[in-house]
Write a protein that binds this ligand. Structure first.
Ligand SMILES: [Zn+2]
Length: 369
Protein backbone atom coordinates (compact mmCIF):
# COMPACT_ATOMS: atom_id res chain seq x y z
CA UNK A 1 0.00 0.00 0.00
CA UNK A 2 1.39 3.44 -0.87
CA UNK A 3 2.04 5.99 1.80
CA UNK A 4 -0.65 8.18 0.32
CA UNK A 5 -3.30 5.47 0.46
CA UNK A 6 -2.38 4.72 4.06
CA UNK A 7 -2.72 8.34 4.90
CA UNK A 8 -6.19 8.48 3.36
CA UNK A 9 -7.23 5.32 5.21
CA UNK A 10 -5.98 6.78 8.46
CA UNK A 11 -7.91 10.03 8.10
CA UNK A 12 -10.98 8.07 7.06
CA UNK A 13 -10.79 6.15 10.32
CA UNK A 14 -10.39 9.40 12.15
CA UNK A 15 -13.59 10.75 10.62
CA UNK A 16 -15.47 7.56 11.49
CA UNK A 17 -14.39 7.88 15.11
CA UNK A 18 -15.56 11.49 15.21
CA UNK A 19 -18.95 10.55 13.74
CA UNK A 20 -19.31 7.70 16.23
CA UNK A 21 -18.47 9.94 19.17
CA UNK A 22 -20.95 12.50 17.91
CA UNK A 23 -23.73 9.90 17.66
CA UNK A 24 -23.00 8.62 21.15
CA UNK A 25 -23.17 12.19 22.43
CA UNK A 26 -26.50 12.88 20.75
CA UNK A 27 -27.90 9.57 22.03
CA UNK A 28 -26.81 10.29 25.57
CA UNK A 29 -28.35 13.77 25.45
CA UNK A 30 -31.59 12.32 24.13
CA UNK A 31 -31.78 9.69 26.85
CA UNK A 32 -30.93 12.26 29.50
CA UNK A 33 -33.63 14.65 28.32
CA UNK A 34 -36.23 11.96 28.00
CA UNK A 35 -35.77 10.20 31.29
CA UNK A 36 -34.04 12.54 33.66
CA UNK A 37 -34.01 16.18 32.63
CA UNK A 38 -37.75 16.74 32.24
CA UNK A 39 -38.55 15.22 35.59
CA UNK A 40 -35.91 17.01 37.51
CA UNK A 41 -36.69 20.33 35.79
CA UNK A 42 -40.45 19.84 35.98
CA UNK A 43 -40.76 19.34 39.67
CA UNK A 44 -37.96 21.31 41.17
CA UNK A 45 -37.59 21.05 44.89
CA UNK A 46 -39.02 24.53 45.25
CA UNK A 47 -42.19 23.63 43.37
CA UNK A 48 -42.42 20.38 45.29
CA UNK A 49 -42.23 22.35 48.50
CA UNK A 50 -44.89 24.81 47.37
CA UNK A 51 -47.18 21.98 46.32
CA UNK A 52 -46.81 20.40 49.74
CA UNK A 53 -47.54 23.70 51.46
CA UNK A 54 -50.75 24.05 49.44
CA UNK A 55 -51.68 20.39 49.95
CA UNK A 56 -51.64 19.70 46.24
CA UNK A 57 -51.43 16.09 45.19
CA UNK A 58 -48.34 15.40 43.06
CA UNK A 59 -50.53 14.02 40.25
CA UNK A 60 -51.92 17.54 39.78
CA UNK A 61 -48.60 18.83 38.55
CA UNK A 62 -48.62 20.80 35.30
CA UNK A 63 -46.43 23.52 33.85
CA UNK A 64 -49.20 26.03 34.40
CA UNK A 65 -49.55 24.94 38.03
CA UNK A 66 -45.81 25.41 38.48
CA UNK A 67 -46.07 28.83 36.89
CA UNK A 68 -48.86 30.05 39.17
CA UNK A 69 -47.13 28.70 42.24
CA UNK A 70 -43.81 30.31 41.41
CA UNK A 71 -45.53 33.58 40.50
CA UNK A 72 -47.66 33.70 43.61
CA UNK A 73 -50.96 33.71 41.77
CA UNK A 74 -52.09 30.22 42.77
CA UNK A 75 -55.75 29.96 43.80
CA UNK A 76 -56.99 26.57 44.95
CA UNK A 77 -60.40 27.25 43.37
CA UNK A 78 -58.81 26.82 39.95
CA UNK A 79 -56.69 23.74 40.65
CA UNK A 80 -58.56 21.60 38.09
CA UNK A 81 -58.57 24.40 35.51
CA UNK A 82 -54.80 24.79 35.71
CA UNK A 83 -54.44 21.23 34.45
CA UNK A 84 -56.35 22.14 31.28
CA UNK A 85 -54.42 25.29 30.55
CA UNK A 86 -51.50 25.03 28.19
CA UNK A 87 -48.61 27.01 29.58
CA UNK A 88 -47.41 29.76 27.25
CA UNK A 89 -44.19 31.67 27.63
CA UNK A 90 -45.68 35.12 27.30
CA UNK A 91 -45.57 38.26 29.41
CA UNK A 92 -49.34 38.50 29.67
CA UNK A 93 -49.94 34.88 30.72
CA UNK A 94 -50.25 35.82 34.40
CA UNK A 95 -52.70 38.61 33.74
CA UNK A 96 -54.78 36.37 31.47
CA UNK A 97 -55.06 33.83 34.29
CA UNK A 98 -55.86 36.34 37.00
CA UNK A 99 -58.30 38.27 34.79
CA UNK A 100 -60.27 35.50 33.14
CA UNK A 101 -60.43 32.61 35.64
CA UNK A 102 -62.39 34.81 38.11
CA UNK A 103 -64.80 35.74 35.31
CA UNK A 104 -65.76 32.07 35.04
CA UNK A 105 -63.78 30.98 31.99
CA UNK A 106 -62.77 27.32 32.06
CA UNK A 107 -59.22 26.16 31.50
CA UNK A 108 -60.09 25.16 27.96
CA UNK A 109 -61.52 28.60 27.28
CA UNK A 110 -58.40 30.20 28.70
CA UNK A 111 -56.52 28.36 25.95
CA UNK A 112 -58.74 30.12 23.40
CA UNK A 113 -58.05 33.46 25.01
CA UNK A 114 -54.29 33.05 24.94
CA UNK A 115 -54.54 32.71 21.18
CA UNK A 116 -56.36 36.03 20.70
CA UNK A 117 -54.64 39.26 19.67
CA UNK A 118 -53.62 41.64 22.45
CA UNK A 119 -56.31 44.03 21.24
CA UNK A 120 -59.00 41.37 21.58
CA UNK A 121 -57.72 40.29 24.99
CA UNK A 122 -57.99 43.88 26.18
CA UNK A 123 -61.53 44.17 24.86
CA UNK A 124 -62.53 40.84 26.39
CA UNK A 125 -61.14 41.84 29.77
CA UNK A 126 -63.67 44.69 29.89
CA UNK A 127 -66.60 42.31 29.55
CA UNK A 128 -68.27 39.80 31.83
CA UNK A 129 -68.05 36.18 30.74
CA UNK A 130 -68.98 35.60 27.08
CA UNK A 131 -68.80 32.42 25.04
CA UNK A 132 -66.27 32.88 22.25
CA UNK A 133 -65.78 29.21 21.42
CA UNK A 134 -67.32 29.45 17.94
CA UNK A 135 -65.22 32.42 16.90
CA UNK A 136 -61.88 32.63 18.66
CA UNK A 137 -59.91 30.69 16.04
CA UNK A 138 -60.58 33.13 13.21
CA UNK A 139 -58.04 35.90 12.90
CA UNK A 140 -60.59 38.54 11.92
CA UNK A 141 -62.70 37.84 15.02
CA UNK A 142 -63.51 41.06 16.86
CA UNK A 143 -64.61 40.52 20.46
CA UNK A 144 -66.76 43.64 20.48
CA UNK A 145 -68.95 42.31 17.66
CA UNK A 146 -69.83 39.06 19.42
CA UNK A 147 -73.53 39.87 19.87
CA UNK A 148 -73.82 40.88 16.24
CA UNK A 149 -72.11 37.65 15.12
CA UNK A 150 -74.49 35.55 17.17
CA UNK A 151 -77.55 37.40 15.88
CA UNK A 152 -76.39 37.20 12.27
CA UNK A 153 -75.61 33.51 12.65
CA UNK A 154 -79.14 32.89 13.94
CA UNK A 155 -80.76 34.79 11.10
CA UNK A 156 -78.75 33.32 8.23
CA UNK A 157 -77.29 30.07 7.04
CA UNK A 158 -73.66 31.05 6.92
CA UNK A 159 -70.70 29.40 8.59
CA UNK A 160 -69.20 31.08 11.66
CA UNK A 161 -66.21 32.00 9.53
CA UNK A 162 -68.38 33.82 6.97
CA UNK A 163 -70.51 35.37 9.69
CA UNK A 164 -67.43 37.04 11.15
CA UNK A 165 -66.35 38.46 7.80
CA UNK A 166 -69.84 39.58 6.80
CA UNK A 167 -70.56 41.28 10.10
CA UNK A 168 -67.14 42.95 10.05
CA UNK A 169 -68.01 44.30 6.61
CA UNK A 170 -71.27 45.61 8.06
CA UNK A 171 -73.69 43.40 6.18
CA UNK A 172 -75.86 42.91 9.25
CA UNK A 173 -76.62 46.65 9.36
CA UNK A 174 -78.82 48.67 7.01
CA UNK A 175 -76.78 50.51 4.38
CA UNK A 176 -76.08 54.23 4.73
CA UNK A 177 -76.78 54.23 8.46
CA UNK A 178 -73.74 53.33 10.56
CA UNK A 179 -71.25 54.97 8.19
CA UNK A 180 -67.59 55.81 8.64
CA UNK A 181 -65.44 58.42 6.97
CA UNK A 182 -62.50 56.96 5.07
CA UNK A 183 -59.25 57.85 6.85
CA UNK A 184 -56.82 57.23 3.97
CA UNK A 185 -58.57 58.32 0.76
CA UNK A 186 -55.31 58.29 -1.26
CA UNK A 187 -54.51 54.66 -0.42
CA UNK A 188 -54.64 52.20 -3.31
CA UNK A 189 -56.72 49.98 -1.03
CA UNK A 190 -59.21 52.65 -0.05
CA UNK A 191 -62.62 51.10 0.54
CA UNK A 192 -65.56 53.25 -0.48
CA UNK A 193 -68.97 51.63 -0.31
CA UNK A 194 -72.36 52.05 1.34
CA UNK A 195 -70.69 52.02 4.77
CA UNK A 196 -67.63 54.16 4.01
CA UNK A 197 -67.62 57.62 2.52
CA UNK A 198 -64.88 59.97 1.38
CA UNK A 199 -64.00 63.10 3.35
CA UNK A 200 -65.92 66.21 2.40
CA UNK A 201 -64.50 67.74 -0.77
CA UNK A 202 -62.04 64.92 -1.44
CA UNK A 203 -60.37 65.06 -4.83
CA UNK A 204 -57.21 63.15 -5.85
CA UNK A 205 -54.26 65.49 -6.33
CA UNK A 206 -52.67 63.48 -9.14
CA UNK A 207 -55.37 63.30 -11.80
CA UNK A 208 -54.18 62.46 -15.29
CA UNK A 209 -56.24 62.20 -18.47
CA UNK A 210 -56.85 59.47 -21.02
CA UNK A 211 -58.87 59.46 -24.23
CA UNK A 212 -62.40 58.30 -23.57
CA UNK A 213 -64.92 56.39 -25.66
CA UNK A 214 -67.08 59.45 -26.21
CA UNK A 215 -64.19 61.55 -27.47
CA UNK A 216 -63.98 62.93 -23.97
CA UNK A 217 -60.90 63.27 -21.82
CA UNK A 218 -61.24 60.88 -18.88
CA UNK A 219 -59.62 61.84 -15.56
CA UNK A 220 -58.15 59.12 -13.31
CA UNK A 221 -55.33 58.78 -10.77
CA UNK A 222 -52.02 59.02 -12.56
CA UNK A 223 -50.82 55.81 -10.94
CA UNK A 224 -53.41 53.74 -12.82
CA UNK A 225 -52.78 55.20 -16.28
CA UNK A 226 -49.87 52.94 -17.27
CA UNK A 227 -51.42 49.74 -15.84
CA UNK A 228 -54.62 50.55 -17.70
CA UNK A 229 -52.79 51.14 -20.98
CA UNK A 230 -51.14 47.75 -20.50
CA UNK A 231 -54.54 46.16 -19.99
CA UNK A 232 -55.83 47.84 -23.14
CA UNK A 233 -52.83 46.63 -25.15
CA UNK A 234 -53.20 43.08 -23.83
CA UNK A 235 -56.92 42.96 -24.72
CA UNK A 236 -56.15 44.14 -28.23
CA UNK A 237 -53.38 41.61 -28.60
CA UNK A 238 -55.08 38.62 -26.98
CA UNK A 239 -58.75 38.94 -27.97
CA UNK A 240 -58.61 41.71 -30.55
CA UNK A 241 -60.90 43.94 -28.51
CA UNK A 242 -60.45 47.64 -27.93
CA UNK A 243 -61.57 48.66 -24.43
CA UNK A 244 -61.93 52.36 -23.84
CA UNK A 245 -62.90 54.20 -20.66
CA UNK A 246 -66.23 55.96 -20.57
CA UNK A 247 -65.71 57.47 -17.11
CA UNK A 248 -63.21 57.03 -14.30
CA UNK A 249 -62.85 59.81 -11.73
CA UNK A 250 -66.13 61.53 -10.96
CA UNK A 251 -66.27 64.43 -8.54
CA UNK A 252 -68.78 64.77 -5.73
CA UNK A 253 -71.08 67.22 -7.48
CA UNK A 254 -71.15 65.18 -10.69
CA UNK A 255 -72.06 62.08 -8.70
CA UNK A 256 -74.74 64.08 -6.90
CA UNK A 257 -76.30 65.13 -10.19
CA UNK A 258 -76.23 61.53 -11.46
CA UNK A 259 -77.70 60.06 -8.29
CA UNK A 260 -80.39 62.71 -7.96
CA UNK A 261 -81.47 62.06 -11.53
CA UNK A 262 -81.66 58.30 -10.92
CA UNK A 263 -83.70 58.87 -7.76
CA UNK A 264 -86.05 61.16 -9.64
CA UNK A 265 -86.76 58.50 -12.24
CA UNK A 266 -86.48 55.21 -10.25
CA UNK A 267 -86.88 56.13 -6.60
CA UNK A 268 -84.29 55.83 -3.81
CA UNK A 269 -84.28 52.10 -3.20
CA UNK A 270 -83.98 51.21 -6.85
CA UNK A 271 -81.35 53.89 -7.52
CA UNK A 272 -79.30 52.63 -4.57
CA UNK A 273 -78.84 49.23 -6.23
CA UNK A 274 -76.93 50.65 -9.17
CA UNK A 275 -75.77 54.16 -8.29
CA UNK A 276 -73.74 55.38 -5.36
CA UNK A 277 -74.80 58.34 -3.28
CA UNK A 278 -72.45 61.32 -3.56
CA UNK A 279 -69.40 60.82 -1.33
CA UNK A 280 -69.98 57.06 -1.41
CA UNK A 281 -68.88 56.47 -4.99
CA UNK A 282 -65.69 54.61 -5.71
CA UNK A 283 -65.37 56.70 -8.85
CA UNK A 284 -64.53 59.67 -6.65
CA UNK A 285 -61.26 57.93 -5.66
CA UNK A 286 -60.02 58.08 -9.26
CA UNK A 287 -59.10 54.39 -9.04
CA UNK A 288 -62.09 52.93 -10.92
CA UNK A 289 -62.76 52.86 -14.61
CA UNK A 290 -65.93 52.05 -16.52
CA UNK A 291 -65.10 50.31 -19.80
CA UNK A 292 -66.66 49.82 -23.14
CA UNK A 293 -65.80 47.62 -26.10
CA UNK A 294 -65.59 50.18 -28.91
CA UNK A 295 -66.92 47.72 -31.51
CA UNK A 296 -70.31 47.40 -29.78
CA UNK A 297 -73.37 49.59 -30.19
CA UNK A 298 -74.50 52.12 -27.63
CA UNK A 299 -76.72 49.75 -25.63
CA UNK A 300 -74.01 47.27 -24.63
CA UNK A 301 -70.65 47.73 -23.01
CA UNK A 302 -69.08 44.26 -23.11
CA UNK A 303 -69.89 40.85 -24.56
CA UNK A 304 -69.74 37.72 -22.39
CA UNK A 305 -66.45 36.81 -24.06
CA UNK A 306 -65.06 40.27 -23.30
CA UNK A 307 -66.02 39.85 -19.68
CA UNK A 308 -64.61 36.36 -19.56
CA UNK A 309 -61.23 37.72 -20.64
CA UNK A 310 -61.46 40.79 -18.41
CA UNK A 311 -62.43 38.89 -15.28
CA UNK A 312 -59.59 36.40 -15.76
CA UNK A 313 -56.89 38.84 -16.79
CA UNK A 314 -57.50 42.24 -15.19
CA UNK A 315 -55.52 41.15 -12.10
CA UNK A 316 -52.36 40.84 -14.22
CA UNK A 317 -52.41 44.63 -14.46
CA UNK A 318 -53.51 45.30 -10.89
CA UNK A 319 -57.25 45.62 -11.51
CA UNK A 320 -60.20 43.70 -10.06
CA UNK A 321 -63.82 43.29 -11.08
CA UNK A 322 -65.35 45.37 -8.33
CA UNK A 323 -68.99 44.26 -8.54
CA UNK A 324 -69.09 40.58 -9.58
CA UNK A 325 -72.33 38.80 -10.38
CA UNK A 326 -72.24 36.29 -7.51
CA UNK A 327 -71.21 38.83 -4.87
CA UNK A 328 -73.94 41.41 -5.04
CA UNK A 329 -75.02 40.51 -1.48
CA UNK A 330 -71.60 41.62 -0.29
CA UNK A 331 -70.88 44.63 -2.49
CA UNK A 332 -74.43 45.95 -2.31
CA UNK A 333 -74.39 46.66 -6.04
CA UNK A 334 -75.86 44.86 -8.98
CA UNK A 335 -73.46 43.11 -11.34
CA UNK A 336 -71.33 45.54 -13.33
CA UNK A 337 -69.11 43.71 -15.77
CA UNK A 338 -67.62 46.98 -16.98
CA UNK A 339 -66.45 48.50 -13.70
CA UNK A 340 -62.83 47.74 -12.83
CA UNK A 341 -60.91 49.01 -9.85
CA UNK A 342 -57.17 49.36 -9.40
CA UNK A 343 -55.68 47.91 -6.19
CA UNK A 344 -52.14 46.99 -7.32
CA UNK A 345 -50.86 43.71 -8.71
CA UNK A 346 -50.18 41.79 -5.48
CA UNK A 347 -53.60 42.45 -3.99
CA UNK A 348 -55.40 41.97 -7.28
CA UNK A 349 -53.80 38.54 -7.63
CA UNK A 350 -54.96 37.41 -4.19
CA UNK A 351 -58.44 38.82 -4.76
CA UNK A 352 -58.66 37.05 -8.12
CA UNK A 353 -57.23 33.71 -7.00
CA UNK A 354 -59.33 33.53 -3.84
CA UNK A 355 -62.44 34.90 -5.48
CA UNK A 356 -62.86 37.70 -2.95
CA UNK A 357 -64.47 41.10 -3.03
CA UNK A 358 -62.47 44.13 -1.97
CA UNK A 359 -64.55 44.19 1.22
CA UNK A 360 -63.55 40.62 2.10
CA UNK A 361 -59.91 41.12 1.15
CA UNK A 362 -59.54 44.15 3.40
CA UNK A 363 -61.23 42.43 6.31
CA UNK A 364 -59.20 39.22 5.95
CA UNK A 365 -55.82 40.64 5.04
CA UNK A 366 -55.55 44.27 6.05
CA UNK A 367 -57.59 45.01 9.16
CA UNK A 368 -55.89 44.26 12.48
CA UNK A 369 -58.23 42.85 15.10
ZN1 LIG B 1 -68.47 52.34 -12.44
Amino acid sequence: MSKRKKKIKKSFKGILVIILLFLIGVGALFIYNKFFASDSAAVSSEVEKLMKEENIDSTKYSETLEYVLLNNIYDEKYLDEYADIEYIDNDNFASILTTFLPKGYSGKEINYITKLSDKNIDKLSELDYVDISNYYSFKNFDVLKLDRYNAYYEDNEYTYEDVITYVNIGMDLPVYTDTTEVSDPDSLLVLVNKYHYLPDGYEPTDLAYLDGYYGNSVPMREIIVEPFKELQAAALEEIDVEFMPTTAYRGYSFQKTLYDNYVASDGVSEADTYSARPGYSEHQTGLSIDLKNTALGSGIRLTDDDYDWLSNNAYRFGFIIRFPEDKTYITGYQFENWHIRYVGKDMAKIIYEQDLTLEEYIDLYETQY
